[in-house]
Design a protein around this ligand. Sequence first.
Ligand SMILES: *Cc1c(COP(=O)(O)O)cnc(C)c1O
Length: 485
Amino acid sequence: MTASTPSSTASQASRAYDLALEVIGAVEPRVAEATRQELADQRSSLKLIASENYASPAVLLTMGTWFSDKYAEGTVGHRFYAGCQNVDTVEALAAEHARELFGAEYAYAQPHSGIDANLVAFWSILAHRVEAPALEKLGAKNVNELTEADWESLRHDLGNQRLLGMSLDAGGHLTHGFRPNISGKMFHQQQYGTDPATGLLDYDVVAAKAREFKPLVLVAGYSAYPRRVDFAKMREIADEVGATLMVDMAHFAGLVAGKVFTGDEDPVPHAHIVTTTTHKSLRGPRGGLVLATEEYAPSVDRGCPMVLGGPLSHVMAAKAVALAEARQPEFRTYAQDVADNAKSLAEGFLTRDATLVTGGTDNHIVLLDVSSFGLTGRQAESALLEAGVVTNRNSVPSDANGAWYTSGIRFGTPALTTRGFGATEFDRVAELVVEVLRNTEPTTTSKGEPSKASYKLADGVADRVRAASAEMLDKNPLYPGLELS
Ligand SMILES: *Cc1c(COP(=O)(O)O)cnc(C)c1O
């Protein structure tokens, strides 16, 4: 439901939620109450968390059905359970919309989340590039036919492959080979960062690392990098060293779907495998998706039950609805607005002398370095929350405060753009954020040193910022017309 949603849809959604909450409240009233309160809270705060959005009532309502009760391990038409004909319908629809929307050869709609989609991708690459050739060489159909010695040798090979991904503090994701994560343990891993002076990716450095390390998997994609990536270049690097290019577009899938990222910036024509979430800029239900070339499709299909638990059929149905929405022309306007609004937010910070990682943005993320305000990310995040501005702290490249306290705040425009915020509102958001940060001071510890966690926000600032936000939020309501009784 957006600004252009007919009011009849809004009143239908109001009735649907009123009745649903009545049914829920009859069993556990506290859950119904928390659900109402969550809507009130989301409506009254400035949500700038870059990974969040607001899905439409159609998407949300699709998740609350009896599809949840069905087991459907396997794939469309090949299930380990009887009676999956309707699950087949919705899973096939989700996959079809995904293929059409992204121009992908193959789509797998089962992953429960972005991380699950990455695990499916990793195992499918290992199955396709390591296991399948080994079985073929040994003349075996599957691993059950191997002798103990051949099996041990294959297991050794599967556990000794290399992965090169973007480091966490440069904006990569935990699952891109961060050592403590399973991706950093199942693979020998190395990481590429960004240029210390500019904060930008340096493709020559990535290429040099790839030549030296010779990874089986090259991962591109990010959670906190405020710039576009040239995936054609990434593919060239992967081809030169014989790596599979896996792109994790969890954060920016909406900008790909909305054709803001095209040509070399669109990962789908360049990568062997693309993974994503469906709930971030794509504005669907909480879930994941894998897109693959025909070559990788059979190994991706083994995701469930080899890597994933049984598919969430109700969520796959909601993915189909969300992807149908993303194929509408309005979604392209939305995606362009998301990118334009990020520029306004960045400009708003820069004109007020704030420091941005990479000096700006050309996607949906703005990464503010708060050390110039004398604060850690932790303090800035808490002070902003006190003033009703919801963000998350984030490392900046070579962060002096480490991954827990950090020196950055990550902002994203997808959620408030869904509410209808435009350039003027995002400039005002920058002004309010700067007002909070300028009026926040670290408190001193008992040893007289500045604390990394506690802070003091000057009196009156939180109320002033909340009032100014409320004005913008009231003008751009979340789910306009949706009224709970
Ligand atoms: C958010 C994110 C994920 C994880 O998604 P979940 O749905 O939380 O599992 C994976 N990769 C990237 C790049 C992300 O930004």
